[in-house]
Design a binder for this molecule. Structure first.
Ligand code: AMP
Length: 700
């Protein structure tokens, strides 16, 4: 059998679709209740109890109990120890799932194999994955993880009232708040947007009330009861009970007994509203923010759908009635809605068609044959869900001056979806090349430290092939599936090959995001900078095509280098020789300068009596021996060729690699003489200049 499970922070519920009539129904627990407390008790004999039984131990203040573990789903750093074993939040959820599934199996007399489990809409990738794992650990095949409000909208659809409406789902549970705006048409539920706060729920109302009661007690008896752990647990229970009473009646008078003192304090609905107003206002702000992001106003909301036990509070209903202009929709039990919706989802595919169940062994023996569904599900619709957060990765900005959050999938995008962005990776010749993708969840592009976004993971890609160039283009893809789980992949553009991926732990100290990326890369590489001077002949004979092609070639040349590791400077010569641009790392500046080249600029003259070697020698003097290059581009014979060759040889002796590229009237024997090695001299046609010069950049 397939079920839908609402795995709530404080309560859970489990439902199935009755094949007799296609109606979703909640399976009551052994005590006849539709909801079961999300509490575990670790019995000293090793058994794990759940639900009401565990909750009664909790209320007695037993330290063998655990609750609110849903807060910690997906958090590797959280775990508890009970009965000599460590339990993560996933393990605890698995124990709870096992417990409620076992109970449900007993109630219906059938084995439960498959489930759709719900999570808050804002649950990120890792929390959803942890929820899926919890289901698997409990022995279930998890068909899908869906958002609670989406499930609730399904449940609402069961009653057939939901066509062509825009609804706001206000979901306030025990520990979480979610708001979702969805459009419901005849055959589709489209989630337009969602937001929430996973640290806000009924518990915050309990806490505020508990504080109020403690203050009253202290005022009367001068005793601070918050110091006492057991008393605190009891106080929580008293506050929750009082809160629930105030949903039904205008006043309540809880009593607190401690160390022989007994205080009774009347709390009216108004007082309760007053001391908890802050919490309600937080939900209001989140709704206004979401409406703003979607460019909507309250007037466009046809109805409000309530989900979660805390929506029973009078002030919640009053506020929503005032804003919407009509009371929240009726007909769906707020505790059951999510589980009912999940049960429907468990029986249909993404298109809204009812799917058949595979053959299964029966609990009492024998086999249940594969069933072609004989029922139609009322309210079955196609789902178009949306992402709750923007998802990006750390990248270097265009100016290469800062690390930024490069957003890949924007918040409230329809899923499934996938986005690919190119990433330029600096290639090292000395080490294995790896692309580190830090997956970020957050809305702002600028990064701060402490981080203003959450780092969800560090995905490391290896197997990058180098073609000898300085950089390689890698296309990184983020793909959301319909469970809102993200897969990251990367393909090297040149080879078309998918790179191998492994996940590494995220560093605790991420303060490097504030550093200058170039400086950081250089420091990390431990490599000395390469210094490259490009000396270009701007004599009169270059006018026209020669100059144009030389400019094109020089721009391509500059683009080949990763300027984190290389400084480039420009020399122009004719009858004079000028350091047109000192060594720098500013690609844009270099390109601007190249594009501004003119014959006889800076009084260069038109002839060819100057040579660039002396100037190159002094300019490169500060750079390290083995990484100094002078690339000379010329179109003709130089009038002081002998002197030029002597000075070129001086460069060779100094360890400067001279590469010579000639075209048009340049003489090959001269090129050979000025180049530091025979294979560093070449002659080409003017039309091939760009190819030749980029080729040189690649071998450097
Ligand atoms: P859920 O996680 O949706 O099961 O919601 C549980 C939360 O709803 C808990 O904080 C309960 O205290 C709260 N709750 C349940 N019933 C009521 C009620 N009648 N009035 C106010 N809060 C309630």
């Amino acid at each position: 059998m397939r079920v839908g499970i609402d795995l709530g922070t404080t309560y859970c519920a489990i439902a199935y679709v009755d094949p007799k009539n296609g109606q979703a129904k909640v399976i009551r627990n052994s005590e006849g209740s539709p909801v079961t407390p999300s509490v575990l008790y670790f019995d000293p004999n090793g058994a794990v109890l759940h639900g009401e039984e565990a909750k009664s131990y909790l209320e007695e203040g037993s330290e063998r109990t655990v609750n609110y573990f849903k807060y910690h789903m997906g958090d590797d750093t959280y775990s508890i120890f009970q009965n000599g074993r460590e339990y993560t939040a996933t393990d605890l959820s698995a124990e709870l799932l096992k417990g409620i599934v076992r109970e449900a199996e007993d109630a219906v007399g059938e084995n439960i194999y498959e489930a759709v489990i719900t999570v808050p809409a804002y649950f990120d990738h890792f929390r959803r994955q942890a929820t899926m794992e919890a289901g698997q650990k409990a022995g279930l095949q998890v068909l899908s993880i869906i958002s609670e409000p989406t499930a609730a909208v399904f449940a609402y659809g069961i009653h057939g009232k939901g066509t062509n409406q825009t609804v706001l789902v206000y979901d306030l549970g025990g520990g979480t708040f979610d708001v979702t705006i969805a459009r419901i048409t005849d055959d589709e539920i489209e989630v337009l947007g969602t937001d929430g706060d996973h640290q806000l729920g009924g518990k915050d109302w309990d806490d505020a009330l508990a504080n109020y009661l403690t203050d009253q007690f202290e005022e009367e008896f001068g005793i601070d009861i918050t110091e006492d752990v057991e008393m605190n647990i009891m106080l929580q229970a008293i506050a929750e009970k009082t809160k629930k009473q105030l949903s039904e009646r205008p006043r309540s008078k809880p009593t607190i007994t401690y160390e022989g003192h007994k205080g009774a304090y009347e709390v009216t609905q108004e007082k309760f509203e007053e001391i908890t107003a802050y919490n309600l206002n937080r939900t209001k702000d989140i709704i206004e923010k979401l409406l703003g992001e979607l460019g909507m106003v309250w007037g466009q909301i046809d109805g409000v759908l309530l989900v979660g036990g805390s929506t029973r509070m009078k002030q919640v209903k009053d506020y929503l009635t005032e804003m919407c202009g009509r009371p929240p929709m009726q007909g769906v039990n707020v505790d059951e809605a999510v589980a009912l919706g999940a049960a429907i989802r468990a029986n249909i595919d993404l298109e809204g068609n009812v799917v058949e169940e595979a053959a299964r062994p029966m609990m009492i023996g024998g086999t249940v044959p594969a069933t072609k569904p004989s029922f139609a599900i009322a309210g079955a619709k196609k789902i178009k869900d949306a992402t709750a957060h923007s998802m990006g990765m750390i990248a270097v900005n265009k100016e290469e001056t800062a690390y930024v959050n490069s957003i890949m999938v924007k918040k409230n995008s329809s899923i499934p979806t996938q986005v690919t962005k190119p990433y330029e990776l600096g290639i090292s010749r000395h080490e294995e090349n790896r692309l580190e993708v830090y997956m970020l969840q957050g809305e702002e592009e600028a990064l701060t430290y402490p981080l203003n976004c959450i780092v969800l993971g560090k995905y490391v890609f290896t197997g990058i092939e180098s073609s000898g160039g300085r950089t390689e283009k890698i296309n990184v893809t983020f793909a959301y599936d319909e469970n809102n789980i993200v897969q990251v992949s990367a393909i090297q553009e040149r080879t078309g090959r998918e790179l191998s991926l492994h996940i590494e732990p995220v560093e605790e100290d991420m303060s490097w995001v504030l550093e200058n990326p170039r400086e950081r890369q250089r420091a990390a590489s431990g490599q000395p900078d390469m210094c490259v001077l490009l000396a270009v002949d701007l004599s009169g004979s270059m006018a026209g095509e020669g100059l144009e092609e030389a400019q094109k070639a020089a721009v391509s040349f500059v683009e080949q280098f990763d300027l984190a590791y290389t400084q480039i400077g420009l020399i122009n010569f004719s009858d004079r020789c000028v350091l047109y641009q000192p060594l720098c790392r500013d690609r844009n500046l270099l390109i601007r300068k190249i594009r501004a080249w003119k014959i006889n600029d800076n009084g260069l003259g038109y002839g060819n009596s100057a040579e660039p070697f002396n100037l190159a020698n002094s300019t490169l003097a500060g750079c390290r021996q083995d990484v100094r290059y002078l690339v000379v581009l010329t179109d003709g014979y130089w009038s002081n060729a002998g002197e030029a060759i002597r000075r070129a040889q001086k460069c060779h002796q100094e360890g400067i690699e001279v590469i010579a590229l000639g075209f048009a009237g340049a003489k090959e024997s001269f090129l050979d003489a000025i180049a530091s090695r025979k294979d560093f001299a070449s002659f080409t046609d003017v039309s091939e200049l760009e190819t030749a010069l980029t080729g040189i950049a690649k071998i450097m």
